[in-house]
Ligand binder design. Structure first.
Ligand code: BV8
Length: 258
């Protein structure tokens, strides 16, 4: 599926590139949109086939897993199969270049797909956990998950969760579900980076999930310039909006800045 090309003026891009080049402390906050061009469905975008009748908030909760573990586990095994065949795109790679060039850079991601680290980003704060890791719902033991690639194109609707080899309790993905705390220290580190940022790039997020969504207003209140990169109109007042795919706009921004 080809995304609409960027709809952004040269002046806006030049303005953003200058801000990027001049900023000493840069922070990027990313969401599912940056992985869209790696073939991964976003949370609130067009619904995908089997799961179109569920909202993420219906399935990504401890209550849903307790009530219907086979439904929730099957959803994650489908998503894991998609992530297993996904590769970082030019947007992920552009953020690696920004980390190399900027005097100080912090990447804060809501994504659980691991594509930022796969692209080479190093200073990454992962707010919502790791999809490709299993955590035992009993003893808490964490292990890399198994993936059945066939689920990518032929997902099953129900599948009993795998069991822990140590205590036989059901495994769950090592992600933060709605109603669960973020990993210890992650939000604090992200808020510290956002408060100190001179420039915050908000890339591919609908800004509806808290507390992550509070980071952009926090940065703005602390004096940062905020640039929003999104295919949809998503920029609150006072933030510069670059409308278009992150995989196109981020590389253009980097090439204009340096
Ligand atoms: C918690 C892991 C407290 C699971 C996810 C106020 C304060 C605190 C909490 C709340 C609050 N209000 C409500 C809450 C509760 C809740 C919440 O925010 N609910 C929402 C629905 C209102 N928050 C929580 O429960 C959080 N926990 O606060 O705990 C606590 C305290 C004490 C004790 C106990 C608890 C936990 C939230 C984490 C949930 N887990 N993921 C999983 O993946 O299965 S969230 C999930 O949504 C993903 O991580 C995802 O990244 C995230 C955000 O979505 P987006 O990334 O923005 O994706 P989306 O599809 O929405 O948007 C994509 C965007 O990209 C769009 O704008 C689109 O236009 C754009 N786009 C598309 N293509 C492109 C593009 N842009 C650029 N280029 C493209 N090519």
């Amino acid at each position: 599926m080809r995304l609409p090309a960027a709809d952004v003026s040269d002046d806006a891009l030049d303005d953003a590139a200058r801000a990027l080049r001049d900023a000493r402390r840069v922070v990027a906050l990313t969401g599912a949109g940056i992985s869209a061009d790696s073939g991964l469905p976003t949370f609130r975008g067009a619904k995908n086939g089997l799961w179109q009748r569920f909202a993420p908030e219906d399935l990504a909760t401890p209550e849903a897993f307790a009530r219907e573990p086979d439904l929730v586990w099957a959803w994650y095994q489908w998503r894991r199969a998609l992530v297993a065949r996904a590769r970082p795109n030019a947007g992920h790679v552009a953020l690696v270049e920004i980390e190399r060039r900027a005097p100080a850079f912090t990447l804060v991601t809501q994504n659980v797909d691991g594509l930022h680290r796969a692209a080479g980003s190093r200073n990454v704060i992962t707010l919502h956990g790791e999809l490709m890791t299993d955590r035992c719902s009993g003893c808490g033991n964490e292990t890399p998950c198994d993936v059945d690639p066939s689920f990518a194109d032929a997902p099953v609707e129900r599948l009993d969760p795998a069991r822990c080899v140590d205590c036989a309790a059901p495994l769950r993905p090592a992600v933060v579900w709605f109603g669960e705390r973020l990993p210890a220290g992650a939000l604090e580190a992200a808020a510290e980076a956002a408060s100190a940022a001179e420039l915050l790039l908000v890339v591919g997020t609908s800004g509806v999930v808290y507390p992550a969504a509070a980071l952009a207003p926090l940065a703005q209140r602390s004096g940062a310039r905020v640039i929003v990169i999104n295919t949809d109109p998503a920029a609150p007042p006072g933030m510069l909006e670059l409308r278009g795919p992150a995989s196109e706009l981020l590389p253009r921004l980097v090439s204009l800045a340096w």
